[in-house]
Design a protein around this ligand. Structure first.
Ligand code: PA5
Length: 470
């Protein structure tokens, strides 16, 4: 059971379930299989020449050894671990922690935790950051910082690093810097690498050829996970299991190929909004991680031939049962332009019984003696039924349990599906030129040398604004 495979169930996207106008027929799926098979085969070929490097991470024994050794060096010595990073350098850490450690991990006394309290600071919100500094203030000596930045130049992470570096040096002396800071960055070059060399920090690599949002199974995600007691070898074993499945040429045996086929077929038909809806709090971080992966990888202006295309589906996250009381009205009766991706858990790690209380009216009485787990499962089934009745296509990804092996599988499933979808859309899923523009203009607005052109352009832009204010 523990390492049982994740399942993708797609009955409810078929025309037999939601009708021919909104569902896919067996013939349509068959027709797309050739194109998907070719995309899978191309990826497998390209892997041999060093592309799609994230696919090798589950088998990288050296990396695992290095991360484990680094974890051993710091484990048990710190009460807080603060990750400084953003985007692909943060979302994976949050996803692993949310899925694989108990909710309210940070609120538990240290004897009931498998590691330090974890804070992943994926923003530069001044109020949030000031609050963090206040919380760890008296325990600064017991706080380890993990700065994660592949480029080493991202303004948000750089600012956080400077603040923390200054704080440690002023409060605890220069020696605290190397004692309490681990830097995860490009092993070969870049600004943060230069700082590591100059100041002597303990460093972990972001593997060359692995972009931020594909890096959770490298030291980027594994260090904080290992520090917090997550079994990172089992996580990688789960990813390796899925790695084999997503290499298969037969689409019906390859869940990533089938996911990409179905979502691409719906994309072509105009269903370009994908709602991922976990029925498990543990899976909410993974849904947020997927949202970045899908959006940043597949939203592209130009195709591989440099032609303007402006492609990409919009990923949305919702939470069952919470969002049944928030968004499902729109999802059932609003525009039929979405595909729903439920995340279902067969066996929740824990359950809570609903007690029997004498004298309850029948309107509440039916719940007595049942459990929250069975209620949440029933909510998923009922919502799926209701959406299908309204002819909305629904997929289900089924976790046997939420453990390291299943989470590793999920991560590899979506990374591979993203690459295959990139192939079907004929775009490069590994770059993010549009994010770059925002980064450059931030540099310009913050006065970085070499960005005068952007600063002037921004001035012109700003002069046009502020005239229509209500
Ligand atoms: O997926 C990506 O490439 C981005 O989200 C990056 O992870 C993010 O911009 C942070 O970049 P860096 O790790 O270079 O600081």
């Amino acid at each position: 059971m523990a390492d049982a495979p994740l399942q993708l169930e797609y009955d409810n996207v078929l025309s037999a379930a939601v009708g021919p106008a909104h569902g896919l027929s067996a013939a349509e799926i068959k027709r797309s299989e050739g194109q998907v098979k070719a995309a899978v085969a191309r990826i497998e070929r390209e892997r041999k020449s060093g592309r799609h490097r994230y696919r090798d991470l589950p088998h990288d024994a050296e990396m695992l050894k290095l991360v484990r050794a680094t974890v051993r060096r710091y484990a048990g010595k710190f009460e807080n671990l603060v990750v400084l990073g953003i985007g692909g350098s943060a979302l994976g850490n949050i996803a692993l922690q949310t899925a694989l450690n108990p909710a309210c991990h940070n609120l538990r006394p240290s004897k009931d935790r498998r590691g330090p309290r974890l804070f992943v600071m994926d923003n530069v919100d001044p109020v949030q950051f000031a609050n963090l500094l206040e919380v760890i203030g008296t325990g600064l000596r017991k706080t380890l910082f993990n700065v994660i930045s592949k480029s080493g130049e991202t303004a948000e992470t750089a600012a956080q690093f400077l603040i923390v570096r200054d704080l440690l040096a002023k409060k605890l002396g220069k020696k605290a810097l190397t004692r309490q800071m681990v830097v995860t960055t490009d092993p070969e070059g870049g600004t943060m690498r230069d700082i590591v060399e100059a100041e002597g920090y303990d460093a972990l690599p972001v593997p060359p050829g692995v972009g931020g949002r594909f890096s959770v199974l490298s030291a980027v995600g594994l260090f904080s996970a290992g520090m917090c007691g997550i079994n990172i070898a089992r996580l990688l074993a789960g990813a390796a299991l899925m790695n084999e499945r997503v290499s298969r040429r037969a689409v019906k045996k390859n869940p990533a190929a089938m996911l990409a086929l179905l979502l691409h077929a719906f994309y072509v038909r105009g269903k370009r909004l994908h709602v991922m809806m976990p029925y498990s709090h543990q899976l909410t971080g993974l849904a947020d991680w997927y949202r970045q992966l899908w959006a940043e990888s597949l939203g592209k202006r130009e195709d591989l031939d440099g032609q303007p295309v402006s492609l990409g589906a919009t990923p949305i996250t919702a939470l069952g049962a919470t969002d049944q009381h928030s968004q499902v009205q729109l999802y059932r009766e609003g525009p039929n332009d979405k595909v729903f991706i439920f995340l279902e858990v067969e066996k929740y790690a824990r359950d809570v019984k609903i007690p029997r209380v004498a004298g309850m009216p029948a309107a509440l009485g039916y719940l007595q003696g049942q459990s929250l787990g069975s209620l949440l499962k029933a909510e998923k089934q009922a919502t799926e039924y209701a959406l299908v009745a309204s002819r909305r296509p629904c997929l289900t990804i089924r976790f046997p349990v939420v453990n390291e092996a299943a989470v590793g599988q999920f991560i590899m499933l979506w990374e591979a599906a993203t690459a295959i979808m990139g192939g079907l859309l004929h775009i490069n899923p590994y770059d993010q030129p549009a994010v770059q523009t925002g980064k450059e203009f931030t540099f310009a607005l913050m006065g970085r040398n070499g960005y005068d052109k952007q600063a002037k352009e921004y001035e012109r832009f700003a002069r046009r604004g502020g005239k229509h204010v209500v």
